[in-house]
Design a protein around this ligand. Structure first.
Ligand code: GLY
Length: 310
C-alpha cells in the first residue's frame, strides 16, 4: 500500500502582508481535508475535489466565492479535474452562478462523454444534475468589487492587472497509488467576458497520469496555455528529471520563452512532491508521513505534525 500524499496551492502572485495568515490557514485546511479522505482509504479524485471545495468556499481565494470579476463586474469561473488511472478528465469554463465549479467538472468527467462544457451548456448540465444555482452576487466579496473598480480606473496600466493571480489546486496520490489533480479559478482580473484561461484546458491548468504523476498550475493563463505548462513538466519527468528539476525547467521555459510567471504543485507516482513558483509568492501546503508543510515565500517553509490516528 502507498503512503498517501496531498499537495495544494492557493495561487501564485503577490499576497498582501495582512492576508498572509488567512492564506496559510486556508491552504492548511484544504490539505488536511484531502489528507483525511486519503487516510480513510478514499481515492485521489475525491481528495483533490474536496480540497478544492474548501478553497472555493473560502473568500481569500480566487475560486468560487471570492473569485475576481470580469470587465462586466461578473464572476465567470473555470475548473478542471483529472483521474490518472485512465486519463479521464472533466472541465467547465466561463460558468456563472454556481458555488463549486470543481464539482461540476467532476460530473462532466463522470456523467458525459465530453471533457469540457462551457457557458450556457454547462449551466443547463448543472441544472440537470441538481446543482443549485446561486445568485451571482453571492460569489462576490467586497474586496473583489473594490479591486475590480480600481482596475477599471487603471486599465491602461497592464501591471495593475498582473496582481491577484490566484487560482487554487490540489494533487494527490492515494493508498492504491493512483494520482489525480484538480484546479479551479475565477481567472484574471477584469478579463473580457467569455475569456477562458488555462485552468479549463487539459495539459495547461492540470494533468494527471498514473505513469508519471499529477500536476496543478497557477499563474498567467495565456502564458501557461502557450507552453502547455502541466504537460510540459510531465514531459520533462519522462525525460528523467526529478520532480523539482522538471517543475523548475517548466517555469523557466515559460519565463524565457513567453515572459510568463506562475507556480506549480506536483506529486509523482512514488509520492515525491514539490511546490515551485516564479512569482513573488504562492501559498501552498502538503501532507505526507504525518507531517504538514506549508509556505508562502521561497525559503520560508513551516513544518507541523499532523494527527495520523484517523
Ligand atoms: N491561471 C488562471 C487564469 O489565468 O485564468
Amino acid at each position: 500500500m502507498m503512503k498517501p500524499v496531498i499537495v495544494v496551492h492557493g495561487g501564485a502572485g503577490v499576497i498582501r502582508k495582512e492576508k498572509e495568515s488567512g492564506y496559510l490557514s486556508g491552504v492548511k485546511r484544504a490539505a488536511l481535508r484531502g489528507y483525511d479522505i486519503l487516510k480513510q482509504g478514499g481515492n485521489a479524485v475525491t481528495a483533490v475535489e474536496e480540497a478544492v471545495v474548501v478553497f472555493e468556499n473560502d473568500p481569500h481565494f480566487n475560486a468560487g466565492y471570492g473569485s475576481v470579476l470580469n470587465e462586466d463586474g461578473e464572476v465567470e469561473m473555470d475548473a478542471i479535474i483529472m483521474d490518472g488511472r485512465d486519463l479521464t478528465s472533466g472541465a467547465v469554463s466561463a460558468v456563472k452562478c454556481i458555488a463549486n465549479p470543481i464539482k461540476l467538472a467532476r460530473l462532466v468527467m463522470e456523467k458525459t462523454d465530453h471533457i469540457l462544457l462551457t457557458c450556457k451548456g454547462a449551466s443547463l448540465f448543472a441544472k440537470a444534475q441538481g446543482i443549485p444555482e446561486v445568485p451571482g452576487e453571492q460569489l462576490i466579496t467586497e474586496f473583489s468589487r473594490e479591486r475590480w473598480k480600481k482596475n477599471l480606473k487603471s486599465a491602461s496600466n497592464p501591471v495593475a492587472c498582473q496582481f491577484g493571480l490566484g487560482t487554487v489546486g490540489a494533487v494527490a496520490v492515494d493508498t492504491q497509488g493512483n494520482v489525480a489533480s484538480a484546479t479551479s479559478t475565477g481567472g484574471i482580473i477584469n478579463k473580457m467576458a467569455g475569456r477562458v484561461g488555462d485552468t479549463a484546458c487539459i495539459g495547461c491548468g492540470g494533468y494527471a497520469d498514473n505513469n508519471i504523476g499529477a500536476i496543478s498550475t497557477t499563474g498567467h493563463g495565456e502564458s501557461i496555455m502557450k507552453v502547455t505548462l502541466a504537460r510540459l513538466i510531465l514531459h520533462y519527468m519522462e525525460k528523467g528529471m526529478s520532480t523539482e528539476e522538471a517543475a523548475d525547467a517548466g517555469l523557466n521555459y515559460m519565463k524565457t520563452r513567453v515572459d510568463g510567471y506562475g507556480g506549480v504543485i506536483f506529486v509523482n507516482n512514488s509520492g515525491e512532491w514539490t511546490a515551485k513558483f516564479s512569482t513573488e509568492q504562492m501559498s501552498w501546503a502538503a501532507v505526507k508521513d504525518g507531517q504538514l508543510q506549508c509556505g508562502i515565500s521561497t525559503g520560508e517553509n513551516k513544518t507541523e505534525p499532523v494527527d495520523t490516528s484517523l
